[in-house]
Structure formats: structure tokens, C-alpha cells
Design a protein around this ligand. Sequence first.
Ligand SMILES: [Zn+2]
Length: 376
Amino acid sequence: MNEQEKIKLLADLVAIRSVNDNEEAVAEHLAAFLGKYGIESEVVQYAPHRASLVAEIGTGHPVLAFSGHEDVVDAVGDWETDPFKLTEKDGKLYGRGACDMKSGVAAMVIAMVELKQSKVPFNGTIRLLITLGEEVGEFGAEQLTHQGQMKDVDALVIGEPTGYKICYAHKGSLDIKLSSKGKIAHSSMPELVNNALQNMLDLLTLINQQVGHVDITDPETGKFLFNFTVMNGGTQVNSIPGTTTVELNSRTIDDFNNEKVIKIIEGAIAKLEKSDPKYQLSMDILMNLPPVDGDKNNVLIKLGQKFGKEVAGQDVTLFGGSYTTDAAKFLADKPNDFPMMIFGPGNKTLHSSNEYVDKDMYLDFIEIYKKIMQAN
Ligand SMILES: [Zn+2]
């Protein structure tokens, strides 16, 4: 495939407005593209207009999976170019998703096609797991994992934008919604007025005492983080609020993980409810992604470093990430030393306006992925 064709695939993907929706169009486009080169794939429906894609070449073990997501974040902010039209300027390709992570997806699809075309023999199976809904909820990765697509996988590459660096571990993420209900007071018994907001503050105080000031740092992925992020309650200054809700996000680490945070909150709710029947508190877990523990000495990372250096001409260093990825869902049932790496074209412009990927880096990753596939 020539350079123009490689850039065209990325441009076609960027042109599809898959802003946490409409991923089916990406899946269908990739299915047609792979089909042109004799690679069969399966579009896995999740909801109307929302689908993931699974494709593979080869047979048997080892099964090496490459994964990327189809969705992008909204293109708000000040763009100098049309965010949904891939635009080249000074060796950079601008567009929403150019970096996060349609270039990674395009690179792995092209690497697979070129490997097949080259007829160079390789071991086992190369499987593409292209997911919907990564930016919110990681529903695609969850669905594919439930379907058993990870069961026989021996190693996993996630093509999120790291540039010429490999992320081998990352934090977990936990979103929780707390609710407080006040009791309707009898109009003749004002002493039974039950203030849902006041009760919520008691809960927040109790939680905050145990989690709000935790200062633990994971040597790989950094500091444990806990933040109340949304608060709603009450309608006017002289009325007692009947309901109050609060949302919180925690970026978790091994030594202070999702379960621990959930237990503390459950404990606080139970304690208050036992102390006084006026408390009617509940929690909903909106998102629960565990930290991903990596083994920085795994064989896959060695290959990534070797071929990264070979192709890009620079040392490929390792780091632990503060974000979360589909790996949290894919690796839910895998051991900590499961061979996984996050390694893909891109830079720090992800999610920002004027997002871009260096053209050379995009083309490099096609070569790097192909070499990793061949070394399977
Ligand atoms: Zn991403």
C-alpha cells in the first residue's frame, strides 16, 4: 500500500463523526476495507448505530490481539481546520481522532493487510479488537470480553497514543453517584422535616475523613486521587431539599483500589443509617475500572522496544499511566503478568483542539506493528 492509500484510510476514519456514538460507521468502513484484501471480519452490534469490529488472520496459538477504539471526544474549542477533515500541515495530520486514536486503529488495520499481502509466514493468530465507547464506559471492550474474544488471547497491544514510549501499567477509575432522600414531613409535625442535603453532607464528611486525604503513591502509576465532582440538591433558599445527589471520581492504584473505596462508602452509609432512621442513602456505581498492573519485563514490551528503535531510530522508554484504557476490561480475568503494552502513534494533543499526529510517526507505527505481528 502506498503512502497516499495509508493516509486516505486515516482521513476516511476521521471524516466519520463517531463522537461516543455512530461507531458502527467506523466498523462498517473497516470491514469493507479489510474485505477488499480478503480479510473477513465481524461487526459486533451493541446498540443502534453502535458496533465493534473483530477480524483475524492466521490460526492457533499464540493469539496476539491488537486493540483500538472507534469513538472520539467532541470537537469543541478553537480549531484552525475542520476537525472532521484530515488536514496536512508541515508533516502533521490534523483532525479529531488523528491522535486518539484513529491513527492507531488505521495503523494496525494496514499492518494486518500488508502482512497478509506479503505472504511472509507468521505464527498463530493476529486478532483485531476494534471497540466502540471507550471514551465513556468502555462498553465495547466489556462486550467483546463477555463474548469470549479475550479467552484465548496470549498477548495484547493497545494502540492508544503514547508516541515512541510504552505504557505498561495504569490507574483504575471509579465513578460513583450518591443519593440522599429526605422524608416527607407531616405538615403538623415540623420536627419531622428531614433535610436530604444536610444528611448528604454528613455522609460526605464521613467519606472525606477516610478517603479525602489519602496520600499514597504507586511507584508505577502515581498518586491515588479522589474528587467529589458534581452536587445537586434543593430548589430554593427557604425550602428543605427532598433529594440530593453527589457524584465522585477516583483514580485508583493497587494499594488503594476500587474495592477499598467502595467498601469505605458502603461502610459510611451503613453507619449513618444505623445511627438514625432519618438517613436514606444509596450509592450507584456508574463506572468501575480496576487499575491495570503490568509486567515491564514481558516479552511483548521487549519486542515493542526493539522494533520501535529499529523503525524510529530512538530509544523506547517505559512509563506507568494516570489514565485508563480498554485494558481494564480486557484484562479483568488475566494475571498481573499478562503480556500487555499500550503503544501507539500520537502525542499530548489528544482531546484538545487542533489534535494531530505526526505523519512520519503514523507511518512508522504501521511498520512497528507489522514487525511485532511477524515476530508473534
Ligand atoms: Zn483513546
